[in-house]
Design a protein around this ligand. Structure first.
Ligand code: ME8
Length: 639
């Protein structure tokens, strides 16, 4: 009997709403866990959200909310997105859960008492002075900066000097290296393993496990002036969520006796491959079995970013392609594990080709022929058909092949092999020309072809159930099969379907998408060059923009980024809140002509009403408000 399977995704920061980067890992882990369940394994799937730290406190403040209110709101967006994508997690952990916080306190106390293998305190206090990037929630060195700013967040880090508690990572470097080299701690893919071993070779300094300047977080049990470093808090979720601290039985089942797999992208390698194993070793907790760090993707060739406007909301993809289409499209863009490009501009073509044409069409033409020629009752098999033995051999080999891929995280290969069998079945169907046999009345041979195709459909639908649970359930139902009963083993057997069983065919399973109807989700890259992604003039016309003149401006109490600005729009005066206080003094704005979006719904920001949005653009770190060229009067409409 194989071990229970415990799989996790990263817990995502709630300063951002869910995008397809988050969705990608979450769908991949969901598919993996469903595959293992199909193979009969007991499994647990964990995902959740990372809610503490300065970054979150800052965006909450800018939104005029307390951090907790803000988190509660964004967490719902994640849960909704996962529901829409048919993600079947067993537990959703939030780092603001009381249960998680209690687990973190316990772990911190254990670490505080712990000694390194050479007999020193694992945790020690010291002063730290350094450059802190709140975007990364980590200290940076001059070397990490590009033109003085963090290359990822385009912001100059703050200089911070404070007391911190440090974790003596140095004492664990050799042990971690040995565990990785012996594969007791498996790091995949191989390139990532080499990267970690390279880091270990260079030597890694101790890391601090608390912050003095951060307010939004878990206070250390042994020093209430300090807040647990957000990464310590976050990494602990993998054990607190399954009962470290409050449910020893569940913890033992999933962590101690299970196969523990963490899936994430390579951006968070250091935390997971160095800090996390070191923390576990120090606390006397078993290490995870595997860390799988997939690549980072671009969207239509560009890095995904809010400023480029090419982030895709998972919900938009679902609206366009359904949950199963969205899952399939995301997982098949490039090999899971590598870096790659999500070709959003090709989504429609690929959906039509793989799902509507190849898979959907096979089901519909085979199903229809059974209905028309055999009164909806599955005919019996027949052995003397050209190409049948090859098709059967391919079908019988497929489940083993697919599961072997899955065990090695080769999700894209697993899917491609299943679709390969669909193509082989379509070729078999075309080559054997059953429609001619139908006309000739060669019922035995015709029946045999249809029976074989139904078997292929059953096997493929079973194997793709983890990737497209909804649509594969529908396909299995066409053949009278109950998706909750099928298994990897049942897919291994040809001749599983009983002749005479009812075959019912309804609407097309994957209706073709008309390329000319553009919906938001094609648009993955709104700023990109593809025609599919351009904004309709009618949509643009909905945005009302006008020239406005600033009459007065003042700071907003307790919000160091915001200015309260009174503007003249010709026919009316309005108040707007603009996040530009770090770039303009109130006086320097007065009299300026600016561009304002005037038909936004009013918003209350830090308790102050805002009626519109002032446009601004960024150069490096500096924000500049957009001003009209020429002496346009307040109220002039921009089109
Ligand atoms: O790092 N390509 O959260 P996060 C592939 N809270 N994957 C992507 C991606 C892309 N372009 N963009 C995002 C954090 N991801 C921490 C984690 S865990 C204890 C704490 C996915 O919201 C990928 O899984 O920044 C990546 O590792 C994760 O989102 C980062 O999510």
């Amino acid at each position: 009997m194989s071990k229970p399977f415990y799989i996790t995704t990263p817990i995502y920061y709630v300063n951002d709403v869910p995008h397809i980067g988050h969705a990608y890992t979450t769908i991949a882990a969901d598919s993996l866990v469903r595959f293992h369940r199909l193979a009969g394994r007991d499994a647990f799937y964990l995902t959740g959200t990372d809610e503490h730290g300065t970054k979150i406190a800052e965006v909450a403040e800018a939104a005029g909310k307390t951090p907790q209110e803000f988190c509660d709101q964004v967490v719902e967006r994640f849960k909704e997105a996962w529901k829409k994508l048919d993600i079947n997690y067993d537990y959703f952990v939030r780092t603001t859960d009381q249960r998680h916080e209690a687990g973190v306190l316990k772990l911190l106390e254990v670490l505080k008492e712990a000694r390194t293998p050479d007999g020193r305190d694992v945790v020690y206090a010291d002063y730290y002075e350094g450059l802190y990037c709140t975007g990364c929630e980590k200290y940076m060195t001059e070397k990490d900066l590009v033109d003085g700013v963090c290359p990822d967040h385009k912001k100059a880090p703050k200089t911070v000097k404070e007391k911190n508690y440090f974790f003596r990572l140095e004492s664990y470097i050799n042990i971690i290296r040995e565990k990785i080299e012996s594969n007791e701690l498996e790091i995949l893919p191989e390139e990532r393993r080499r990267e970690v071993l390279g880091l270990l070779k260079q030597g890694v300094p101790d890391f601090s496990l608390s912050r003095e300047h951060v307010k939004w977080g878990i206070r250390l049990p042994f020093d209430h002036d300090q807040v647990a470093y957000v990464w310590i808090d976050a990494l602990s979720n993998y054990i607190t969520a399954i009962g470290y601290g409050d449910d020893p039985e569940a913890f033992d089942r999933w962590w101690n006796r299970g196969e523990v797999v963490h899936v994430m992208a390579k951006d968070i390698l250091k935390f997971h491959c160095l800090f996390w194993p070191a923390m576990l070793l120090a606390a006397g907790i078993k290490l995870p079995d595997t860390l799988f760090l997939h690549g980072f993707f671009t969207v239509d060739g560009d890095k995904m970013s809010k400023s480029l406007g090419n982030t895709i909301a998972p919900g938009d993809m679902v609206d366009r392609f359904g949950p199963d289409g969205a899952r399939y499209l995301l997982l098949t863009q490039y090999p899971f594990g590598l870096d790659g490009d999500i070709q959003a501009r090709r989504f429609v073509t690929q959906y039509n080709s793989d799902l509507a044409n190849d898979l959907g069409n096979l089901v519909s033409r085979v199903g229809k022929m059974v209905v028309v020629n055999f009164d909806g009752k599955l005919p019996g098999p027949h052995s003397d058909i050209a190409g049948l033995s090859d098709l059967m051999a391919q079908s019988e080999a497929l489940p083993g092949q697919v599961y072997e891929h899955v065990k090695h995280f080769r999700l894209t290969h697993a899917i491609a092999d299943a679709i390969g069998l669909v193509r082989a079945a379509n070729k078999f169907f075309n080559d054997t020309q059953p429609w001619i046999l139908a006309k000739q009345g060669a019922r035995d041979e015709l029946g045999g072809i249809l029976y074989a195709c139904c078997e292929v459909i059953r096997i493929v639908a079973t194997l793709l159930l983890p990737v497209m649970p909804g649509k594969m359930t529908e396909i299995l139902a066409v053949l009278g099969q109950d998706a909750s009963q099928v298994t990897l083993d049942s897919a291994r057997r040809f001749f599983e379907l009983q002749p005479g069983a009812a075959v019912t065919i309804g609407d097309s399973i994957f209706p073709r998408i008309d390329v000319s109807t553009k919906k938001p989700a094609d648009s993955a890259a709104k700023g990109a060059t593809s025609d599919d992604n351009l904004l309709d003039i009618a949509d643009f016309g909905k945005v009302e923009m006008k020239v406005a003149q600033v009459l007065a401006a003042e700071t907003v109490d307790g919000a160091d980024r915001l200015l309260k600005v009174q503007i003249d729009l010709g026919s009316e005066k309005r108040q707007i809140i603009a996040g530009i206080a770090q770039h303009y003094t109130p006086d320097s704005l007065v009299g300026k002509k600016v561009v304002v979006v005037t038909n936004l719904k009013p918003a209350t920001i830090r308790g102050v009403e805002s009626n519109g949005m002032m446009l601004a653009a960024k150069k490096g770190n500096k924000l500049f408000v957009v001003t009209p060229d020429g002496d346009l009067p307040p109220g002039a409409k921009i089109s």
